[in-house]
Design a protein around this ligand. Sequence first.
Ligand code: NAD
Length: 350
Amino acid sequence: MEHKIAIIGFGGMGHWHYDLIQKIDDLSISGIYDIDEKQQKDAEDKGLRVYKDLDELLDDQRSDLVLVATPNDLHKKLSILSLESGKNVVCEKPAAISSVEVQEMIDAANCTGKFLTIHQNRRWDQDYKMVRDLIKTDKLGGLWRIESRVHGSIGIPADHWRQFQEHGGGMVLDWGVHLFDQITQMFRGEKIKKVYAALTHVTNLMVDDGFTVELTMESGVVALVEAGTSNFISLPRWYVLGSEGTAEIKNFAQKGEIVCARGNGADDVMPVLTAAGPTKTMAPRREENIHREELPLIESDIREFYQNVMRVIEGKEESLIKMTEVKRVMQLMEAVFESGETGEPVYFES
Ligand code: NAD
């Protein structure tokens, strides 16, 4: 079955979707609407129809799907208007700027009987899939800590709505939404008991330009989730600790490495000399007492996102990205803001 999508917001991410849609069978673009003349001209140059206003886009009976790819504060309004016009909706992340708004979007989807999902595309990242699959095995022994970080050094892009709270800016909503979504997917079915957050304002006072968040799971596993925009040396993307071994993945889409204990060589270490004296406790194991293994890159195909969207509309599949999951992540981000503001942990229990 053929589907047509109308794009609202043809900026950076609108263009990314344009490129992706070219590679997807049975999906094409009916046209775009953007308030920026430069983006309108660019769409025309690509041979796309440019709607003169939102009503024209919503009235176009050729499209059965709308993509909302505008700044975050407009997601709720544009998604609900699209649903009420009889369209199915893919909305960019974060779904909205509060869990109350997300619930209004869910209510509109239920009321109209139309399909609504959020583009949580980082569920297809290779580094994430590598770690997700690793922790399903017992290769590291009992998992006790997982650290997920993204570090950049240019602050929040200066010329953008991303710097303003009223537009839903800041790194929690921008990158946190991906990182918390990944962690909650990895620990599906497990409650998060405690949220403890510190937000940074190194380059920006109006919104957070970074955060460090500790999530304590029901099982006791701690997940540290961090984004930084003033980090001139990046820490590894993932650092995973089990009772028998450690895994590290340095960056997006890079092979990972596992180092595990081999045999009983715990005491057989060469002390490390420090200025204050030798230490055995902090010395590395000898090579013969460890086992190193590369984690292979995992194939990933982001086209699956739209293929799933089309099959859901046709009634053939369940959505890969469910609004209940999206709302829980939004509630988690609200707990992050609360803890960041008060300096106290939030007992989340969800
Ligand atoms: P952007 O500023 O590059 O593009 C936004 C576009 O929306 C602009 O062209 C702007 O003119 C247009 N716009 C603003 N108000 C509008 C309105 N009322 N009607 C129609 N168009 C309007 O921003 P971006 O980087 O493309 O981000 C857009 C959305 O995509 C955000 O929600 C962002 O969080 C999300 N995003 C997602 C990912 C991802 O990996 N999933 C990556 C980047 C951005």
